[in-house]
Structures are given as structure tokens and as C-alpha cells.
Design a protein around this ligand. Structure first.
Ligand SMILES: Nc1ncnc2c1ncn2[C@@H]1O[C@H](COP(=O)(O)OP(=O)(O)OP(=O)(O)O)[C@@H](O)[C@H]1O
Ligand SMILES: O=C(O)C1=C[C@@H](O)[C@@H](O)[C@H](O)C1
Ligand SMILES: [Mg+2]
Length: 204
């Protein structure tokens, strides 16, 4: 289903994405605050496909919040649950899946995403991430005296891994609609250049 507000050119881009995508999902990866959830939701709405957020799904199946899960079971149990939940979510497609910031660091999750999705790294500068994450206290890894230092360290550790994503889209202090539009253009260009994807072959 194409969004009612789209121009003919936008509608053509959207239907081209959907036909190239087949049963695969668009999967957002990147650091906390990059906008995976906010932009992922807009991209899904624009393309007329379902939206899922792995943090929200984990909270729904466990009936606990992410901070509660970290506190009660620790990060490694959270990661194991995250891997299972993402594996299950990606059995269905097409859809947009926004992952939690650490999900793509898991090798098994990366492989599942590579098999069943087109991955998009939403890449942001440290100042922008800090500005955004400062507004909410729902990120257990940043509940310490030096959240900026923690984010900078996570950038060093994770950016080489996020760079393995199929495409990288820089984000900035600009309206969500604009960033979502740029993501859609980047996905369309990527899929046009990589048209061969038979979902039946890639989804086991
Ligand atoms: N382009 C944008 N313009 C304005 N606000 C934005 C934009 N993108 C994201 N935000 C806001 O920044 C905050 C963080 O965004 P979001 O929750 O989508 O990040 P995330 O990448 O999903 O983070 P996490 O990994 O912690 O889930 C939210 O309040 C969101 O509304
Ligand atoms: O970057 C991370 O490791 C995290 C990001 C959030 O989305 C949550 O998944 C959790 O707070 C961990
Ligand atoms: Mg999110």
C-alpha cells in the first residue's frame, strides 16, 4: 500500500523498493539515540509495511522494561533474549525492524539480518546522540557518571561493526520526515544496484 500523500515519483520509488525487497525486511542498526525507532517507524508508514522495534518486542514478551531486564538478569541474558526475539521477528517480512543499539554486535544476529534483511546503519555524531539520549533515562548502559565517555567508547567499539551493514545513512539535526526520505532514497538506490534477491532462496 502506497501512502496517500506521495507524489508519483515517490510512489514509483516505494513500489520499486517493495518489489525488490520481496519478503526481506529493512533493518535499522546503530547507536542509542541515532533515531532507529523514530525513523524506522516513519519509513514503515511511508512504505505501508509493518513496523517492529526489537526493544519494544522484548519488553512485550518479558513484560519487563529494558532497564528492569538489565537489572534483574544482566546484560548477557538480555543479549540472549534479544538474539532469539530478532530471529523470530525476521521470520516474517517484508517489514521494518528497528533493533536495539547492541543487537548488531551479536554475530548470530548479524548473520540472520544478512540472510533476511537489508541493513541500514543510521550514523550520527556524538554531540547529536548525547543531546537525544539526555532526554530519557531508559538506557541502562548510560546510567553512570560519564555517559558521554561511554557513548564515545561504544562508538569506537561498534562503528567498525555497524559499518558491515548493507548501507550507511548519515543522520543529523533535521526533521524526521527529511531523514526518513533520505533513508528511503538510499534504500531504493541500493536495491536498484543489487536487484537479484529471490526471497524463497534466501529465507530458509
Ligand atoms: N530526526 C530527528 N529529529 C528530531 N528528533 C529525533 C530525530 N530522530 C530521533 N529523534 C528523537 O531522538 C530520540 C532518540 O531517538 P530513537 O529512540 O528513535 O533512537 P534509537 O536509535 O531507537 O535509540 P535506542 O538504541 O536507544 O533504541 C527520540 O526522542 C526521538 O524522537
Ligand atoms: O546500545 C545498546 O547496547 C542498547 C540500546 C538500547 O536500544 C537497548 O537495547 C539497551 O538499552 C541496550
Ligand atoms: Mg530504539
Amino acid at each position: 500500500m502506497i501512502s496517500e500523500t506521495s507524489t508519483p515519483a515517490a510512489a514509483a520509488t516505494q513500489s520499486s523498493i517493495l518489489s525488490h525487497l520481496g519478503q526481506r525486511s529493512i533493518v535499522f542498526v546503530g547507536l542509542m539515540g541515532a533515531g532507529k525507532t523514530a525513523i524506522g517507524r516513519k519509513v514503515a508508514n511511508t512504505l505501508g509495511i509493518p513496523f517492529t522495534d526489537s526493544d519494544h518486542e522484548i519488553e512485550s514478551v518479558s513484560r519487563m522494561t529494558v532497564p528492569e531486564l538489565f537489572e534483574r538478569y544482566g546484560e548477557s541474558e538480555f543479549r540472549a533474549l534479544e538474539q532469539r526475539v530478532i530471529g523470530r521477528i525476521l521470520e516474517a517480512g517484508p517489514q521494518v525492524l528497528s533493533t536495539g543499539g547492541g543487537a548488531y554486535m551479536n554475530a548470530q544476529t548479524r548473520q540472520t539480518i544478512a540472510e533476511r534483511g537489508v541493513s541500514v546503519w543510521l550514523k550520527a555524531e556524538l554531540d547529536l546522540l548525547m543531546e537525544r539520549v539526555a532526554k530519557k533515562q531508559n538506557r541502562p548502559l548510560l546510567k553512570n557518571p560519564d555517559p558521554r565517555g561511554t557513548l564515545a567508547k561504544l562508538m569506537d567499539e561498534r562503528y567498525p561493526v555497524y559499518a558491515l551493514a548493507d548501507l550507511t545513512v548519515p543522520t543529523r539535526d533535521e526533521r524526521k520526515e527529511i531523514i526518513a526520505g533520505e533513508v528511503i532514497e538510499a534504500i531504493a538506490r541500493h536495491l536498484d544496484g543489487n536487484p537479484k534477491q529471490a526471497p524463497a532462496e534466501t529465507i530458509g
